[in-house]
Design a protein around this ligand. Sequence first.
Ligand SMILES: [Zn+2]
Length: 154
Amino acid sequence: MVEAKKTKSKVEKKTASPAKPKVQKKPAEAKPNAVAKKATVPKVAKKSAKVVIPKAPETEGVCEDRHCAVHKHMSVRGRVFIGTVIKDKMNKSIVVEWPRRVLIRKYERYAKKRSRVSAHNPKCITAKVGDRVKIAECRPISKTKKFVVVEVLK
Ligand SMILES: [Zn+2]
């Protein structure tokens, strides 16, 4: 790590023209950034005031799922996540998983972790294993279900 840094600074000195003095980055800042580039964690939506739900398809009125957010049977608020479906065997439920990073301050590095939640999977959407889905927080539907699938992303 130290060697790499030395070589990097050398290269910078060589390439950098004397007319433009480069601003030296703080090592504390530079380290997490370097790690962040390596990790391929998809962007997860942060807290948003309003959850944007895609417009209901032509099947409007047909959908009889009383927990369907797309057809306005269910109101959503709070957190929105994008994840991958890893289980779809349950009746109108799926398990969605997405990676996240946790900063370990002692080592100034990130650890990979995963979040899993079960979500309601309405009949009009029917997400399958492997699908990337957007889920939105809603009122508790059951003991473990507090999210509903809003759309399948392609
Ligand atoms: Zn529906």
